[in-house]
Design a protein. Structure first.
Length: 283
């Protein structure tokens, strides 16, 4: 109960600050430039998508009397500073139509919105290899097969295969590990493409650029296409709620592994995939 009260107080406080800033401007106590600077300081302190939504609504209610160029500047500033929590598409229905073209241009929306991506960046294979290979020797494959306890063995870069009768489980060569890695990345890519193609046929449009595509392939490689399809994350992507989807990556498929070390490894990986999804990881 105390936590809920604290959240309510924070929201009321932020809304009050926004009203106060705009009231100061209306009374000509601060200039347009100072108004933007104060809003920048306030927006940069946002730490959740719900908080971002409240602030955005409050800003829209107060910018009506500003010149068009200032309206565009403030809205672009909002999305730029809250990229980890929001997406333009989360709020596009609320943005005045006369401002949309300039905002989309400033945010470079048009250059990626209609882009049909169906393959990974070459660098993603290196990222996955580093995450899926040897724990002790980052980037190197595990050449000696080890049992998973489900009638399968893992070898190379997280490549799982069933144990056939008569298998002697010999070590594999480095070149075989790379071949398995390429094959498994392609399987993950093809699984994602089936989802995206099905959406396309139904007329479902999403803002998926190369960074988001790469992150999703990495997640599928790790958690499997079945678990990926059932995740809350992919449902948010389907609804084009990219800000919420980005945050949900941190909660997706963290229960694999028998040890706390395994779970911590997954948490670290999801944090990297979130950065990749947001375009803040160089892949």
């Amino acid at each position: 109960m105390e936590e809920i009260k604290k959240i309510i107080r924070e929201v009321v406080n932020e809304n009050y600050k926004i009203d106060l800033i705009f009231e100061s401007y209306k009374k000509e106590l601060i200039s347009e430039g100072q108004l933007v600077d104060k809003l920048k300081s306030l927006i940069s302190k946002i730490r959740s998508s719900s908080e971002a939504g409240n602030v955005f609504n409050k800003i829209l209610n107060n910018i009506k009397l500003l010149p068009k160029r200032r309206k565009v500047e403030i809205i672009v500033l909002f999305f730029t500073l809250t990229t980890s929590f929001t997406s333009f598409y989360d709020f596009q229905d609320k943005i005045p139509q006369d401002l949309k073209p300039e905002i989309e241009s400033e945010l470079n929306i048009n250059s990626t919105a209609n882009e049909r991506i169906r393959d990974i960046s070459p660098e993603l294979i290196g990222f996955i290899g580093n995450e899926e290979g040897s724990v002790k020797e980052k980037g190197q494959p595990v050449l000696k097969p080890y049992k998973l306890g489900d009638d399968k063995v893992t070898v190379g870069y997280g490549h799982a295969k069933p144990i056939e009768k008569g298998d002697n489980l010999d070590d594999i060569r480095y070149v075989e590990a790379l071949a398995y890695l390429k094959e498994d990345v392609e399987d993950a890519r093809d699984g994602l493409n089936r989802i995206l193609d099905a959406w396309e046929k139904k007329g479902i449009k999403t803002d998926i650029n190369q960074n988001k595509y790469n992150a999703m392939v990495s997640m599928i490689f790790n958690m499997g296409i079945g678990n990926f399809r059932m995740s809350k994350f992919i449902q948010l992507v389907k609804k084009n709620k990219m800000g919420e989807a980005s945050n949900e990556i941190l909660n997706t498929a963290l229960t694999y592994g028998d040890s706390s070390e395994d779970r911590n490894g997954l948490k670290n990986r999801r944090a990297k995939e979130k950065k990749m999804f947001d375009g803040n990881l160089g892949v």
